[in-house]
Design a protein around this ligand. Structure first.
Ligand code: ADP
Length: 352
């Protein structure tokens, strides 16, 4: 059986590390035929520095004392090319527990090692690009504020000081410019907040019931005006980034109330359950619902489904929510029925 296996090199060594058997896998991985290698010492597979440090001898010594040893490293083929090997050496004993030799199983992990290295490089590259992009957004939105402020200040001056000299059309144009600068300011502020999000985050213990109670206070005017009700059930105490978590709940509850159905008392229900290593939170409303085609898009920055005249907003809230959940290592999703309501789910890993 051993001889036929061709994806693992399985060989037997005597107590000195001399090769006693050679299978198909060994021939395939290391390139030697059985005739060439049987009787030689397995030290031949190691490069010079490893031989000088007596890595092969140390591995045999460890296998003798521990029963078994695993090691990954570069090994030489017969043609002197290198491969990344995963090697398990196990001591073989006689009835009196004396070591009489070793079995050695080697796998060629070069592809896996290269794939891991590629993934690592890509991940580092992506992280660097992401940081650069966030920095860019931060600088751009920060620097855009100043000229915009100038525009809106001077438009206001025009309105105040020249209102007598401007005809109705000119006043209307100026009013449109004024409204647009206000909107642009709010968009830029949203971008700036987005790029700042989590910059100074620090983990703490958060009692989610307490958090919701505080939010009820903060949103009191909103809640009373909409005659909205918030029901929180079974919320845990978790480890999270408190400021960001609060913003997450605030955005979701705010949306649940904003996108309410005319003629229906808005009821927002919040609960959580433990699923594997995560807390899965749900924020359910009985509002207007979201069309299936838009359920992924709403998490994109500036993506909105409604006219600003009907429901005010910038389309940044859910992008914030996504960033906050992901910064905790969780995911956010939505389930919804048009005209019936929506439930936003998000997960936060349980940290003990
Ligand atoms: P904003 O609230 O500023 O429009 P968001 O990013 O918070 O921006 O939401 C994006 C869009 O997703 C909203 O414009 C709305 O169309 C939709 N949406 C979000 N929450 C709800 C909800 N609870 N019910 C229905 N639609 C929602």
């Amino acid at each position: 059986m051993m001889e036929e296996i061709d994806d693992h090199a399985i060989i037997l060594l005597d107590t000195q590390g001399n090769i006693e058997t050679w299978n198909k896998g060994a021939e395939k991985i290391k390139g030697y035929s059985a005739e060439e290698i049987i009787g030689k010492n397995f030290r031949a597979f190691y490069g010079e520095p490893d031989q000088e440090a007596d890595l092969p001898g140390n591995l045999l010594a460890q296998a003798t004392s521990l029963g078994k040893v695993y090691h990954e490293g570069w090994r030489k083929r017969s043609n002197n090319t290198l491969f990344w090997a995963g090697v398990t050496i196990t001591a073989i004993h006689d009835d009196a527990e004396n070591v009489i030799g070793y079995s050695k199983i080697t796998r060629d992990l070069t592809e896996r090692m290269q794939a891991e290295a590629t993934i690592r490089t890509h991940a580092q590259h992506l992280e660097a690009q992401n940081k650069e992009l966030e920095q860019f957004v931060y600088i751009a939105s920060h620097d855009l504020q100043e000229p915009l402020l100038n525009v809106s200040n001077f438009v206001e001056l025009l309105q105040q000081e020249y209102s007598q000299e401007l005809d109705e059309t000119a006043s209307l144009y100026i009013d449109v410019i004024h409204q647009s600068t206000l909107r642009m300011r709010s968009l830029i502020k949203g971008l700036l907040d987005y790029s700042r999000l989590g910059k100074e985050k620090s983990l703490a213990t958060v009692d989610c019931h307490q958090l919701i109670d505080t939010l009820k206070g903060d949103l009191a005017t909103n809640l009373t005006a909409a005659r909205a009700e918030i029901v929180a059930v079974d919320l845990p105490v978790i480890t999270a980034y408190p400021i960001e978590l609060r913003q997450l709940f605030q955005n979701l509850i705010g949306n649940a109330i904003k996108f309410r159905k005319a003629g229906t008392t808005p009821i927002v229900t919040i609960w959580a359950e433990k699923v594997d290593n995560f807390w899965k939170f749900a924020v359910r409303d009985n509002g207007i619902g979201i069309e299936p085609a838009y359920r992924d898009k709403i998490f994109l920055i500036f993506k909105r489904l409604h006219d600003r005249e009907v429901y005010e907003g910038n389309g940044i809230g859910l992008a914030h929510c996504k960033k906050i959940v992901e910064m905790h290592g969780g995911e956010i999703t939505v389930e919804s029925e048009l005209g019936e309501g929506s439930t936003f789910f998000f997960t936060i890993p349980v940290i003990y």
